[in-house]
Design a protein around this ligand. Structure first.
Ligand SMILES: Nc1ncnc2c1ncn2[C@@H]1O[C@H](COP(=O)(O)OP(=O)(O)O)[C@@H](O)[C@H]1O
Ligand SMILES: [Mg+2]
Length: 402
């Protein structure tokens, strides 16, 4: 078992790589038009500050559900000099791609389209093999995308919300239905908050029934969210302990009410307890304007296992190494379970790693069979990849193969 995980065979990995092999950007940040052909190997993007490297990674991050690696407002992504076309359906920005996925080639496109009601009006569109899809969740079925960007260096000291988003992206990479569950939960929660707020005088009978129905939906989807996180964290824990090489093994624990209920009973009991807790806290939730309990409040605690030290008090370098270790363990797990590794977007990762750690990172990426998109200012730092990677030079919103 241990060997099967650690020595993931190269041949299998390369057949089952999930990779971007063509990328076309339109009015995306600094890119008016860009077309890029790639192969399935890891891709190294180098260039000066401000050249457009992170923007390219951000474009790829939109091939997964959500707001991308900068959590941007959609209208901010539109190239600032782009002519504004407000006719309904006109694309403000677009990312088109050809992916090599486990099941064959897939065309995935996404963008932000005008709805024709003024400057900022628009909606996210997603096309898979030429067909519009109603929900972004369909993207999770095709590929998993995970990123590490410089502002995640302080993730372990940051807000619980950021850690939860990181966790949920990992869970969705492992279990695509997670995105849908989360959306259902958040939608029911928003509606409940709105109903509570609009009903300041007390609980009108008509609303009380509707609030109870929303709490039922929150209980079902919320416990499903918590159960998926719990299942994933258990599996990741096993994969993390097998980590070899210079990246430290991480221990991950989920902390939250919903997780506690699942520790002490079956899912149905946990749903009952959650529903009862929601019903009890209506008055308090109305006062404060949000639900006080539920999986939207959960957090993760990460420990550097070898040092038996909470991640938040480790050195900055150790924290970064822990994050890399978690992302690699996740990629290994997803590759084994889904038959294709996630796309990895690693912005400015290697600059702070010594030569041994850089070599170990490159070896691990190749062993997992992941197409990692990595950026840096200095191509020499990627030397140890050799011809296992492909190289691009980014210069003033221009991308050339090296
Ligand atoms: N909406 C936008 N329209 C035009 N340019 C943008 C937009 N958003 C960001 N930029 C510009 O893109 C340039 C490249 O950014 P970035 O990809 O972050 O560079 P780097 O190569 O350092 O990672 C920056 O100069 C930034 O001002
Ligand atoms: Mg950058």
């Amino acid at each position: 078992m241990q060997n099967a995980l650690v020595n993931f065979p190269d041949e299998t990995a390369s057949q089952e790589r999930c990779a971007v092999v063509r990328l076309a950007l339109t009015d995306f940040r600094c890119y008016a038009h860009l077309r890029l052909d790639a192969d399935a190997r890891p891709a190294v993007l180098t260039g000066a500050n401000g050249a457009g490297k992170t923007n390219l990674l951000e474009a790829i991050s939109f091939l997964a559900p959500g707001r991308g690696l900068r959590r941007a407002r959609m209208q901010d992504v539109t190239r600032s000099d782009a002519p504004v076309d407000e006719s309904p359906g006109a694309l403000r920005w677009g990312v088109a791609s050809t992916l090599e996925a486990a099941g064959g080639a897939v065309e995935v496109g996404t963008g932000f389209a005008s709805v024709g009601d003024g400057d900022d009006g628009g909606r996210r569109v997603v096309r898979i093999n030429g067909m519009n899809t109603r929900s972004q969740s369909a993207l999770s079925e095709i590929l998993a995308v995970v990123w590490l960007v410089p502002d995640m260096d302080r993730l372990f000291m940051d807000s619980a919300g950021r850690r939860r988003r990181f966790l949920d992206r990992l869970v969705a990479g492992f279990d695509p239905a997670h995105t849908t569950r989360l959306n259902e939960y958040e939608q029911a929660m928003r509606e409940r908050t709105r109903l509570l707020r609009d009903d300041r005088a007390g609980f009108r009978a008509a609303d009380a029934g509707w609030i109870a129905a929303l709490e039922q939906r929150m209980a079902e989807s919320g416990i499903a969210v918590a159960a998926a996180r719990r299942d994933f964290v258990n599996r990741l824990g096993a994969a993390c302990k097998l980590t070899a090489g210079p990246f430290p093994a991480a221990g991950i624990t989920l902390v939250g009410d919903a997780e506690g209920w699942l520790d002490h009973g079956a899912a149905l009991e946990a749903e009952d307890r959650f529903r009862a807790a929601l019903a009890d806290s209506r008055t308090a939730d109305r006062e404060i304007g949000r639900a006080l309990t539920g999986p939207h409040r959960s957090d993760i605690q990460v420990v550097h296992l070898a040092k038996n030290c909470p991640a938040a008090v480790c050195s900055t370098g150790e924290q970064k190494a822990l994050l890399i270790s978690i992302v690699l363990a996740h990629a290994r797990l997803v590759a084994l379970d889904r038959g294709a590794s996630p796309l990895l977007l690693m912005d400015e990762i290697v600059a702070h790693l010594d030569a041994e750690r850089r070599a170990a990172l490159f070896d691990e990426i190749c062993a997992i069979g992941a197409q990692a998109w990595m950026t840096g200012t200095d191509q020499e730092l990627f030397e140890q990849f050799g011809d296992r990677a492909q190289y691009f030079r980014v210069d003033n919103a221009n991308v050339q193969t090296v």
